[in-house]
Design a protein around this ligand. Sequence first.
Ligand code: NDP
Length: 627
Amino acid sequence: MKNKAYIVMGVSGCGKTTIGKMLAEILKIDFFDGDAFHPLMNIEKMAAGIPLTDEDRYSWLLDINKQIKESFTKGRSVVFACSALKESYRRILVQQIEDTVVWIYLKGDVDTIGLRLKNREGHFMPSTLLQSQFEILEEPSTAIDIDITLDTNTIIHTIVKRLTKSDFGLVGLGVMGKSLARNFSRNGVILSLYNRFVAGSEEQVAEKCIAEYEELQTAKGFEDLKFFAESLATPRKIFLMIKAGEETDTFINELVPYLNAGDVIIDGGNSYYGDTKRRIEFLKSCGIHFIGAGVSGGEEGALKGPSIMPSGAPEAYKLVGEYLTLIAAKDKHGDACCSYIGKDGSGHFVKMVHNGIEYAEMQLIAEVYAYLRYAMKMQPPQISAVFSEWNKGELSSYLLGITAALVVKKEGNDWLIDLILDKAGNKGTGNWATIAASELGQPATLITSALFARYVSTVKEKMLIHLEQSSVKDIPVIVLDEIKSAYQLARIANHQQGFMLIHTASDTFKWNLNYSEIARVWTNGCIIRSVFMEELISVLKKKQNIFEDEKIVSITKAYKPALKNFVISALQYDLSIPSHLAALDQLNTLTGNYATANIIQAQRDYFGAHTYQKVGDASGKFYHTEW
Ligand code: NDP
């Protein structure tokens, strides 16, 4: 290993000898006191209260430099206590050993140090010389700065922490980043944390975060990218948990100058999969690896174990995989819910579809809630009981569980749910999934219906026509078991579309994805974890289209009448149920003998000579008719 010289510097009385000795003891290396290298002439001058000149110091500095080199030739690292007040002195001290010197600057003000010197006995340096030292002091720009008012143990602890290189860097200490940092730390990973500095609003974010959480005590905080990068062991592994989009590009551009070939950046944000592919290619040209990692689980998942979907070059994943699997949730066999997904932006694509499935899963539950509340006139505690009961069996899912809990939350005398505005937001991943499905020509009608239901909720108040609700008093409601079957079948339809979207992308982009493994990664830590997802692990091992699985086929046949009854009944109650409707429509379209596409194709041929193919013509020939 390369020898190092740790030079503890600062004005006389700052404590460099004490701290230097302690540091040498901890690092088990030799200690030298710079004062012992002064020629007699210098000592006499100082004792007489005469400040030293640059000429006086020249040979002294060279002697220290010589001692460091001698130690290195014996294979010894050293700690030196030396005032090294000026930049020009420091240049002499590091001659020919520039790369090996680490500066530790003990920083204090003239009053604090003056008091210390007054109380110091048996030292040749009178306290009157202190002022002249402060006058020539040029603070170093690249040293580990230490506040000397801290107690010695804290000073040593801080120095050692700053000297040790961190295993892993994390950027962005928002909701997700903070929890991920705690998760990494709990798993023994030594972290360097970085958050941007914005004067007045974002100051010392990393340091404050470390001070707030006990488990982050081994972490180092930075708001200077250079020092952050320097604090990391190479090849550096840096996890970004920042705002997706342009902000991520800008940040990468700022970070890259501090990195070396072979370093790895992991983007854990909800980035667009096309951006991930572009970033992989751009960074490859600088020799830097880039991994796009979909992360699901929200704040709690990030803290206790998220589901992680990384993609990029396999050799890059090899460098970071052990860290990602360490913090990931574990499936029921104890394996990490993190798996190398594939090349390019496939990880972010899979995460995007995850979110799309999530949109539809949420919407389906919301539609069942609407039916129970407004058609069946159930109160929230009854609805919660129904959801809790369903959540014990094959319908069990994280989203159903949290809905059972949230519907009975009260604020004062009201159900909180009744106080929440009927307006749903989104952050764009459902939109991307819908666009991707359109681009790939793959139906994802449940995702789209759920996304558009959110959009409709935001424009509702601008609706100009106010229709009377139909009279609903004589419409019979259907039984709970039928609602349950309808919901179960709609969920199957949603998962079928989601996995088919992934399958189409895999074929189109030549990703060679493992669908069963993706289902396994989604069995814990993520928002769409469910008992059904567990079942899909084995289904997807055999079939790419889950509608080809025997058990799913028999459920579909058995539950379709229930889904139809639910949809009809809900529509009679004027309820908006777009995702159940989309599920039913998908089944009608896929299983009906006759669809609508023949009319569409004839219309296309009529006005645009777009041609059509004929029933029973195996040649696939295209025909045109002069209509
Ligand atoms: P927050 O808004 O809580 O945090 C965003 C973080 O990004 C903050 O640290 C913020 O710094 C930083 N940031 C914003 N703009 C910039 C910039 N221009 N340069 C550098 N840093 C910047 O968001 P989340 O923690 O919720 O989300 C972070 C990422 O994770 C996003 O991409 C999000 O889509 C994704 N994600 C979120 C999930 C969730 O459930 N919340 C789940 C999975 C992924 P500052 O504090 O200084 O503003």
